[in-house]
Design a protein around this ligand. Structure first.
Ligand code: DOR
Length: 426
């Protein structure tokens, strides 16, 4: 028998219940849920929520190719600190995740770090160049269930239609980064009145919405399931809402930064606020929040996008888009997302586990016999970021100096603690 861990006195949130209890974990599984449980190690959870570990559908871990910004190990540690037990690794690595060799490498590095399940996504097109399909069947055979060219949208509608037809046969999900590239050339920030005043090239909402519209129609004729990454505009939410109303198998995510930060921040000309898609208006935020509340948006995903300091110190037009997200997602969403705690568990754990098709091992209720992939967080604790203590290798967080609410206390991955009392295992 392996050592047992007991999480004491937490409020367990499951799909159809909520109650205070202890949880005993042994051999990687939840062994007992009840009162006055004993174990070799005790973790206090009084005042805390105990739920299934978070699942991020959208993490850029940068390895292979950009280890200067992040490695699978540092990204996994950042994830564990954020309460995550699974991260879907985005494919815009170098080389990109379009071959079994790279997929296996990413998965192995994840196992070696041993802090979260690293779930490699596969590219939709070879080299993410939008010209020909990646070997989707071969990648699916190697266990890939989630395909995307994230960082780029697939521009060619015929190619996207073919990808959806293959995806349907293979039983995998395609995820689209919605951006019509002709409309965003040189764009830096949301197209709005203040972008003209600031003299910054605008990134129109329609660049996203046209692709959301196109892909919903492609789903309608193919019947394949499709996930929309990082939606950022009011009209995108309306399109997905209408698609769902028609019974189409579409799902969508929003990032913590698109729920909490607005376009006006770009008036600082600080590249830390440059992101793709760009920060939008207060009206868009309102629509995204309404989408979370009525179930149009299924998941909150970080789009964790680490970049080396020197790249983010370039001028706004030259700096790469992207912001850190894994360590702050919960604190931002609890402080500013406008959702109930139960909704947050659904949006950050149950629903994304299903979308990534890993719901046998993640996003499961805290119940006897289920895998012990768990998150314990204090929903009231307020805190702010100490930039010197980030686990990520990069520091491009837009939340410096802001008060966040809700902090992860313990994370349990495969039955072992990866974070205890806010400290990550080294
Ligand atoms: O801001 C972003 N950064 N959006 C993306 O879609 C890609 C990401 C990156 O890889 O840096």
């Amino acid at each position: 028998m392996s050592e047992s861990i007991v999480i004491k006195n937490g409020t367990i949130i499951n799909r159809t219940s909520q109650f205070v209890a202890d949880v005993r974990i042994s051999d990687g599984l939840v062994a007992e849920v009840g009162k006055n449980l004993k174990g070799d190690t005790q973790l206090d959870a009084s005042g805390c929520i105990v739920c299934s570990g978070f699942v991020d559908l959208h993490a850029h871990l940068r390895e292979p190719g950009k280890e200067e910004a992040e490695t699978i190990e540092t990204g996994s540690r950042a994830g564990a600190l954020g309460g995550y037990t699974a991260l879907v690794a985005m494919p815009n690595t170098d080389p990109p995740q379009d071959s079994v060799a790279v997929i296996d490498f990413v998965r192995e590095q994840g196992k070696r770090a041993g802090l979260v399940d690293v779930v490699p996504s596969g590219c939709i097109t070879l080299g993410r160049n939008g010209e020909s399909l990646a070997p989707m069947a071969e990648l699916a055979q190697a266990g890939v269930t989630f395909f995307t060219d994230d960082g780029n949208g697939v521009q060619d509608a015929a190619l996207m239609r073919r990808a959806l037809e293959y995806a349907k046969g293979l039983g995998v999900t395609l995820a689209q980064h919605c951006e019509v590239a002709e409309l965003t050339k040189g764009a830096v920030m949301n197209e709005c009145r203040c972008c003209t005043d600031l003299g910054l090239p605008g990134w129109p909402a329609i660049a996203e919405e046209l692709m959301v519209f196109r892909d919903i129609e492609l789903v309608r004729i193919t019947g394949a399931s499709m996930h929309f990454l990082h939606l950022s505009t009011k009209r995108s939410v309306e399109l997905v809402r209408a698609g769902k109303r028609d019974g189409l198998p579409v799902t969508a995510e929003v990032t913590p930064h698109h729920l909490s930060l607005t376009e006006e921040l770009l008036s600082s000309y600080n590249p830390v606020f440059k992101v793709n898609p760009p920060l939008r208006s207060a009206g868009d935020i309102q629509a995204l929040k309404a989408g979370l509340l009525d179930g149009t948006i299924d998941a909150i995903a970080t789009d964790h996008a680490p970049h080396p300091r020197r790249d983010k110190e370039m001028s706004l037009d030259m700096a790469p888009p992207g912001m850190l997200g894994l360590e702050t997602a919960l604190g931002v969403v609890l402080a500013e997302g406008g959702c109930e705690i139960r909704d947050i568990v659904a949006l950050m754990s149950w629903n994304p586990a299903k979308i990534a098709r890993i719901d046998k091992t993640h996003g499961c209720d805290v119940a006897v016999g289920n895998k012990a992939n768990l998150c314990v967080f204090d929903p009231e604790l307020t805190w702010s970021i100490d930039i010197n203590r980030l686990a990520s290798k990069s520091v491009n967080t837009p939340y410096l100096g802001r008060t966040l609410r809700g902090r992860v206390r313990h994370t349990i991955f495969n039955g072992s603690p990866t974070v205890i009392d806010g400290q990550a295992r080294r």
